[in-house]
Unconditional design. Structure first.
Length: 226
């Protein structure tokens, strides 16, 4: 993508859970903010009892706040929908909640979780964001990038579910340390082999899948870069 990330404009990162945005594109967030972009993060869900312990939920939110401050995030939006239970939320309600967010944030670029992720929350956030980001008015997102999440992407049945196949890459060598620093508390949610083998393999280059819209007709492509 020519000029990216310098020409990303206002950016909105859609995170189904409070860690996806750091694991998925923390280094890219830092690069974007250093390049002058305003980057907001939307954390769509929150853990609710009895499935989740309240103290653990509060700790995770505090860690997200600290991570966002380090990465230069402008505003963090909490939609507070039930984590691991988005399939119980009427699709129209999820569409509307994300639609209101997009109308408020007015992003030029949106990062979304990949539709092929094994976690159903990720799939639903992708689909509702695509619905909400349609050109419904004069201003709408021109670029949509789907990012890889190590714990969720490419774990579905091969050749049955879509595989993550990036085509755009962002070099985050200069911001990698900031990403890894904020990933350390979150590593408890990721298996050891994911934080070692896969992190080393993909540390410098981060990637995503992209839908880029020009005019009223969207065309599909893929992005790479964390």
């Amino acid at each position: 993508m020519e000029g990216f990330p310098r020409k990303a404009g206002r950016v909105l990162i859609m995170a189904p859970h409070p860690d996806d945005e750091v694991l998925g594109c923390g280094g890219t967030i830092a690069r974007l903010t250093e390049a002058g972009s305003t980057v907001d993060v939307a954390i769509v869900t929150v853990g609710k009892p009895p499935r989740y312990d309240r103290a653990g939920v509060e700790q995770l939110r505090a860690e997200a706040t600290a991570a966002h401050a380090l990465l230069g995030v402008g505003t963090t939006h909490y939609l507070d929908l039930p984590a691991a239970e988005l399939d119980g939320v009427p699709h129209a309600d999820l569409n509307a909640a994300i639609g209101r967010l997009i109308d408020t944030a007015r992003p030029d670029t949106i990062f979304v979780p990949f539709v092929g992720d094994i976690h159903l929350d990720h799939q639903l956030v992708f689909r509702s964001t695509m619905v909400a980001a349609r050109p419904r008015q004069a201003t709408y997102p021109r670029t949509i990038l789907a990012y890889e999440t190590l714990s969720e992407s490419n774990w579905s049945a091969p050749y049955v579910e879509p595989m993550f196949a990036p085509t755009v890459y962002v070099d985050i060598e200069a911001t990698l340390d900031r990403k890894l620093e904020r990933s350390l508390p979150i590593d408890r949610n990721v298996a050891p082999f994911q934080t070692s083998v896969r992190r080393r393999r993909s540390a410098r280059w981060r990637w995503c899948a992209v839908q880029r819209s020009t005019g009223a007709r969207p065309r599909l492509s893929y992005w790479s870069g964390r």
